[in-house]
Design a protein around this ligand. Structure first.
Ligand SMILES: Nc1ncnc2c1ncn2[C@@H]1O[C@H](COP(=O)(O)OP(=O)(O)OP(=O)(O)O)[C@@H](O)[C@H]1O
Ligand SMILES: C[C@H](N)[C@H](N)CCCCCC(=O)O
Ligand SMILES: [Mg+2]
Length: 207
């Protein structure tokens, strides 16, 4: 059975997928078989064959080589809005049990499974569930991607506090440089280290 990780972030669009792809490649370089999961994706494009494809999913499968997109991404919605709104508009009830079943099937076939949330830690999936409940249900340690920019210290500490309060394990965090020249980057990083410990990875800005 694979070791799984739930990848969350300080916000949407701060590099969860970017970081997940880097982690996939890093683990593959160690000889590990890695699979990815994006259980719920909003902001999908309609394909010529009528299916929906999310860019995160495309980027993850390009790294892992997965072919079963229904298994890794059971829930997809076209509008680029919060998943609970997209699901409600589509008349879909997101079921954690179904996601857990898909996760188990991926985990049976890999050494590491990376599960990317959507948005941040408390982004809603429905009126009942948020990303937090999904991570709890899958019982996965959490990797927190911090999009390094002004305001990220507050967002990172709030998120870390919520992860711990939920009884989840913060396995590590990634300092992802989403802006080219964050003022006082080194001091920001040092402050985050004081609270969160060493990051597992520091990713450069790739402009
Ligand atoms: N280190 C980086 N350097 C340059 N660009 C980056 C970096 N990290 C992320 N980006 C860019 O920022 C954008 C958002 O990144 P990404 O899609 O990984 O965010 P996300 O947190 O996964 O968002 P979502 O909540 O939609 O899943 C992308 O265009 C990505 O290429
Ligand atoms: C469409 C977007 N790129 C993400 N996939 C979904 C972001 C959800 C954010 C919810 C919120 O916290 O307001
Ligand atoms: Mg993403």
């Amino acid at each position: 059975m694979a070791q799984g990780y739930f990848i969350t972030g300080t916000d949407t669009e701060i590099g969860k997928t970017h970081s997940a792809v880097k982690l996939v490649r890093h683990l593959q370089a160690q000889g590990k078989r890695v699979l990815a999961m994006k259980p719920v994706a909003s902001g999908c494009e309609l394909q010529p064959d009528g299916s929906l494809l999310n860019d995160d999913v495309a980027r993850l499968v390009a790294a892992t080589g997965q072919t079963d997109l229904d298994l890794m991404n059971p829930y997809r919605f076209q509008p680029p809005v919060s998943p609970h709104i997209a699901a409600r508009e589509a008349g879909v009830e997101i079921e954690l049990a179904l996601i857990a079943e898909h996760y188990q099937r991926l985990a049976a076939d890999a050494e590491v499974v990376l599960v990317e949330g959507a948005g941040g830690w408390l982004a809603p999936l429905s009126d009942r569930y948020r990303m937090q409940e999904l991570a709890q249900r899958l019982q996965l340690p959490v990797i927190l991607v911090v999009g390094m920019r002004l305001g990220c210290i507050n967002h990172a500490l709030l998120t870390a506090q919520a992860i711990q309060a939920a009884g989840c394990q913060l396995a590590g965090w990634i300092a992802n440089r989403v802006v080219p020249n964050q003022l006082a980057y080194a001091d920001n990083l040092a402050t985050l280290k004081q609270y969160l410990g060493e990051p597992m990875l520091e990713l450069p800005y790739e402009g």
